[in-house]
Every structure is written in structure tokens, then in C-alpha cells.
Design a protein around this ligand. Structure first.
Ligand code: M6R
Length: 605
């Protein structure tokens, strides 16, 4: 949830730390800081707010030093201010931290009872002070090792030492940590993207591991402090390239990239010559799968919910959906013939990772559908189906959602076919329908100006509702989630048929109500529910793929997406909702790529 970077070099590092922090800002952006070892002192600079504030401070008072660490924060313990910003330093050490130390209160009490004083409200400062204490009797690596034994929680750490000015120690438990290699320079970072401009040679720490880096070498140790060797991976340009280019915001660039996202999934999984889907090596023989359980958070959960309708329609498999933060605490009856599928863009979401761990402990088969293939969730699951969307930087997930939907759809088709739930003609027809999606997305994107007009209806709105039935219900949830996270406007996603059981009371004159009504078996029912809203003064914004439905005086605006087939309509109906959230946020002057209080990768519970 925070971003960390560390550089050991033969030249000053502060500028490269700032550049990496700018790349890590998607992980947290309420405060920033760095510390370098400068003429035998720890030189710490911190600010509340964005990295550009830190850059201004550095411009006025530069930091020297060839070894340093940096941090961008998403506050968990203590409000976002300068004192709580990382690094947290003592006379002897300086620490940056991503994650949560769950027993920090207990450890703090112990240290305070020895007369040790704290400056901040963070959980991180206990790490600084425990290492400082341990350094009185131990060398750096042992001090960190002994401190780690006292910590509970999930975290990644970067640590520098005043008396050992050439080294950085990195440690990982739960939260990710990458190591990068270059000539006379080595790095640690929360992800490979942060290291992108400096190297394409990367290793990843496994859970419980530590590393010690100097400018010339990196050593790795396992959780028992035994030396281990690491594979060095070479990242391709695609793995690391993410620039805004001609676009004002990453989010819009990512919306526009969606035809490629779907195309990438198709070319990865569909053998066009043989008209077949290349998904092999199922962890459970398809015929024997009793139930599929789909688990995710936020947008990823919405993709699971959408897929439920596909699995029910096309397969004979029982299907269950759960929110990861609920799943991990439920009293479940695990079944070895169930396949547990975890959906996550980042592959680092703490709740989803914990739900996966629970499944592993119960010896059931797991699959992950992720964007980041080197992520914790991907590495810990039995079977991985990547979505190939490329790096997603905007905090609001867009192209990852369509990638997740595409892979889930492809998986569903394959299972339906190999289990003989659908015949070959239906299988091939559904594959060829999917291939029409990228061009249909392009058509939707061309009508952006219609969405811009719709967006104006939200400027002075007090709230809004998104309604849909069937597979349009999860799309309503996704539309509402996008709008609230980007424009801070209350938005409820609801099954249209459920309105009369309570939420109809919210409808008042002029309330924007987005009705998602593709021409499917629910169409007439949704229209009736819409009439109930109109009768109570709701302002209707109508989204459909129905060519025949003409807009009337009761419908304020309409947006028509191409019709390919009812099964695939959720993918196309998502497009206007993503653009709507984007344009409302722009009109309300909200920070589109970095909405308040949020971060891209939620690595805390
Ligand atoms: O990386 P993940 O897909 O596991 O993230 C899950 C959610 O945190 C994420 O989808 C979140 O809801 C997005 N900000 C929504 O746009």
C-alpha cells in the first residue's frame, strides 16, 4: 500500500530515488520522504503530500550520498503528516516500510517501558527502534533478523545504517520486494516498474527472505538466515513500459487500450487455426470439478460476479462468488473437487492473498487470474491465467476489468466445451463473437462526446443510482464503484428489480439514475423498473445495445453500444460507464489517476 525504493551506488542517489518514487506514487501518495547516508550522517527529508513537494525540498537543499532509501505513503497508523511520513530514523538507522506491523502497540509498550521515546504515531517506528537497540550487540544483518522475529504482520522493509554506510538491507514478509541489478549500482523496490528506468535485470524476494545490497553485489538469505541463490529475470520492454504519452491521464490511456487488452487475451488463449481455446493442464480434471468458487475485491469482485452469469448459462458447474475479505474469515467446507479461482489485477491484494492462503492450508486446488504474473497471488496458486493487460497505473481499474472478464469468459467456454455442456457449433460461435469485441470497443470509444454530455448531469447531483438486471447488475455495481472512487459522489449499484424493496425511497426529482438495459431476457422488466423511477422524478441516463428502443422524453440521455450477443454485452456496457466516471471526475476537478484516500495496490487488510 506504500511504495519503497533503495539504491546503493557509486554516485549520488537522491535524484534517482525521486524518479522512482514518482513511479511508485500509484501505491500511495499522502506523504513522501527519503534518507541518504551523507558524510556519516543519516540525512532525512520528508513532506506531506506528493513527491513533487519532496522534489522542491531537495531542489532547495540537495541531499548527497551514494546510498539511500525512499518512500511514498498510504497512511494506516497515524494521520498523513511530515512526522508520520517515512523514512523513520534514529541516530543509527533509517527504515522505510510497506505493510502493517500488527503487534506494534505491544512492542511500543515494551520499548517505552525501557525509557525509549517515539516521535510518530506509526507502526514503523518500532522497527527503527528495535533495530537500533539490537545494533548495540549485533551486526546489521543479525539486528534485522532478530527484529523480524519479533514482528507480526505483513511487510516489506528497506533499511540503511549510519555506521555501515555501504549497505542496504531489504526484508519481505507478505508484501512484495524486487531487487534490481546494474553496473556499480543495485536496488530494492516495491515493484519492478519503480526500477524500470535504471535496470531490466530483476529478482524477487520470496516470503520471509532478506537481502543485503552494496553497489557491487547482492546477497540473499532465507528465513533462517541461510544464504540462497536467486534467478535473475530480464524484463522485456512490454513488462516495464508505462508512459502517459499523448494522454492527460493514465486512466484514459488505459480505457483506450482496451481493444488491445481483449486482443492480447484472444491471441494468448485462442488458437485461431484450430478454432480452439488453449487452456490446458487444469489442476482438477474438468469433468470432476464439482464447484467453482470465484474470489476477489473491488473491481475484481465485480468481474467474478459477471462471470457467475456466464458459468450458470453455459456450464453445469455449480458456481459461488465471494468477496475476499469475507471469504478469509468464513467457516467454509472445503472440497477437493472444488476449484478456487482468485481474481486480482495486482496479485498483491492482502485480502485476496489471505483467502488464497486459506485454501492452500486446506489442500484444495487454486487458480489465479492476474495481471502481474510475478505477483504473490500468481506465485502461490497452483495454476495461473494471466490477463496480459500490461501495467495498469490509474488507481481506478479499467483495462484490467475487461482483461479479467475476457479470461473468465474464455475459461468458461473451454470448461463448457470439454465437459460437453455446449456443442462444438456453440463453442465456435461464441469464440468468433468474442473476436468481434475489440472493434466494438473501438466504436464505443468513438462516442466519447455523448458521455461528456451525460457527465454534466452529475455536476450538482447529490447522489446517483446505477441499475441493471442479470449480468448488467454487476456492471451497475462496477459503474457505481468507478463513479464514487473518482468523483467522490455517492453512487449505488442495484439490481433494478430490488428497487421497490427499499432504495426507491431515495429517488427524488432530478436524481441521476443510470439504467443499463441490453436487449436480453430482462429488457422489458428493466424498462418497467425504469418507469417506476421516472414516476418518482428520477433523471434517466439509458445505456443499451437495443437498436430498436427509441429514446423518449423521459430519458434524459442515451448511449448505445454495439450488439454482438447477449452473453458478451457486459463487456461493452462497461465502456460508457468508465468514460462517464472519468468525465464526471474531470468536471469536478478531481485527481483522476490518484483519487483521495485510495491506492492502487491494497497490501493491508
Ligand atoms: O489488484 P486487485 O485487482 O486485487 O485490486 C482489487 C481492488 O482493490 C481494486 O479493484 C479496486 O477496487 C479498484 N480501485 C477499483 O477501481
Amino acid at each position: 500500500m506504500c511504495g519503497i525504493i533503495g539504491i546503493a551506488s557509486n554516485k549520488p542517489v537522491s535524484i534517482n530515488i525521486i524518479n522512482s518514487l514518482k513511479k511508485l506514487e500509484y501505491r500511495g501518495y499522502d506523504s513522501a520522504g527519503l534518507a541518504t547516508l551523507d558524510n556519516d550522517i543519516i540525512n532525512e527529508k520528508k513532506c506531506s503530500g506528493r513527491v513533487e513537494e519532496l522534489e522542491k525540498i531537495l531542489f532547495k537543499t540537495p541531499s548527497n550520498g551514494n546510498v539511500g532509501i525512499g518512500h511514498v505513503r498510504w497512511a494506516t497508523h497515524g494521520i498523513p503528516n511530515v512526522v508520520n511520513a517515512h523514512p523513520h530514523s534514529s541516530e543509527q538507522v533509517s527504515v522505510v516500510h510497506n505493510g502493517i506491523i500488527e503487534n506494534s502497540d505491544e512492542l511500543k509498550n515494551e520499548l517505552e517501558s525501557k525509557g525509549i521515546k517515539f516521535k510518530s504515531q506509526t507502526d514503523t517506528e518500532v522497527v527503527t527502534l528495535l533495530i537500533t537497540e539490537s545494533l548495540k550487540e549485533n551486526k546489521p544483518l543479525n539486528s534485522v533478523f532478530k527484529t523480524l522475529k519479533k514482528l507480526k504482520g505483513s511487510f516489506a522493509l528497506g533499511i540503511i545504517f549510519k555506521k555501515f554506510p555501504n549497505i542496504i538491507i531489504g526484508a519481505r514478509r507478505g508484501s512484495p520486494l524486487a531487487v534490481g541489478y546494474s553496473k556499480k549500482e543495485n536496488y530494492i523496490g516495491s515493484d519492478s516498474y519503480a526500477l524500470k528506468s535504471m535496470t531490466n535485470k530483476i529478482s524477487y524476494l520470496d516470503d520471509g527472505e532478506l537481502c543485503v545490497l552494496t553497489k557491487d553485489e547482492v546477497s540473499f538469505f532465507d528465513k533462517n538466515l541461510k544464504k540462497v541463490n536467486k534467478k535473475i529475470l530480464t524484463m522485456s520492454e512490454n513488462d516495464v513500459s508505462a508512459e502517459k504519452g499523448e494522454y492527460k491521464h493514465f486512466m484514459f490511456k488505459e480505457i483506450v487500450e482496451q481493444p488491445d487488452t481483449v486482443n492480447n487475451c484472444i491471441s494468448e488463449y485462442v488458437d485461431s487455426l484450430k478454432k480452439n481455446i488453449n487452456i490446458l493442464n487444469f489442476p482438477i480434471e474438468p469433468q470432476k470439478i464439482n464447484k467453482i468458487v470465484l474470489i476477489g475485491c473491488g473491481t475484481a469482485y465485480n468481474s467474478c460476479l459477471t462471470a457467475k452469469y456466464w458459468f450458470e448459462e453455459l456450464t453445469s458447474i455449480d458456481i459461488e462468488i465471494d468477496i475476499a475479505s469475507e471469504f478469509r474469515y468464513r467457516k467454509l467446507k472445503f472440497n477437493p473437487n472444488n476449484l478456487y479461482i482468485f481474481v486480482s489485477q495486482s496479485g498483491e491484494t492482502a485480502d485476496t492473498a489471505a483467502a488464497l492462503d486459506l485454501c492452500k492450508k486446506n489442500n484444495v486446488k487454486t487458480c489465479s487470474i492476474v495481471n502481474v504474473i510475478e505477483s504473490t497471488i500468481a506465485r502461490n496458486s497452483d495454476w495461473v491465467l494471466p490477463i496480459h493487460a500490461g501495467i495498469e497505473i490509474g488507481v481506478a481499474s479499467t483495462k484490467a476489468f475487461l482483461g479479467q472478464l475476457t479470461v473468465l469468459y474464455i475459461l468458461c467456454l473451454k470448461l463448457a466445451f470439454v465437459r460437453k455442456d455446449i456443442d462444438e457449433i456453440t463453442y465456435i460461435k461464441n469464440i468468433s463473437n468474442l473476436k468481434k469485441i475489440p472493434d466494438a470497443i473501438k466504436k464505443c470509444l468513438k462516442n466519447e462526446n455523448e458521455v461528456q454530455l451525460m457527465a454534466k448531469e452529475f455536476i450538482s447531483a447529490k447522489g446517483s443510482m446505477f441499475l441493471g438486471r442479470g449480468s448488467s447488475f454487476p456492471i451497475a455495481l462496477e459503474g457505481a464503484l468507478k463513479l464514487k472512487e473518482l468523483s467522490y459522489l455517492h453512487a449505488e449499484g442495484y439490481p433494478a428489480g430490488e428497487m421497490k424493496h427499499g432504495p426507491l425511497a431515495l429517488i427524488e426529482e432530478g436524481l441521476p439514475v443510470i439504467v443499463i438495459a441490453p436487449k436480453d431476457k430482462y429488457f422489458e422488466k428493466t424498462i418497467s423498473n425504469m418507469q417506476e423511477v421516472i414516476a418518482r422524478g428520477g433523471k434517466i441516463l439509458f445505456i443499451t445495445d437495443n437498436k430498436k428502443e427509441s429514446l423518449n422524453e423521459n430519458i434524459r440521455f442515451g448511449f448505445r453500444v454495439p450488439h454482438i450477443d447477449n452473453l458478451l454485452s457486459p463487456i461493452l456496457l462497461t465502456l460508457p460507464l468508465q468514460m462517464l466516471a472519468y468525465h464526471v471526475a474531470l468536471l469536478k476537478n478531481c485527481d483522476v489517476d490518484k483519487p483521495r484516500n485510495l491506492a492502487k495496490s491494497v497490501t493491508v487488510e
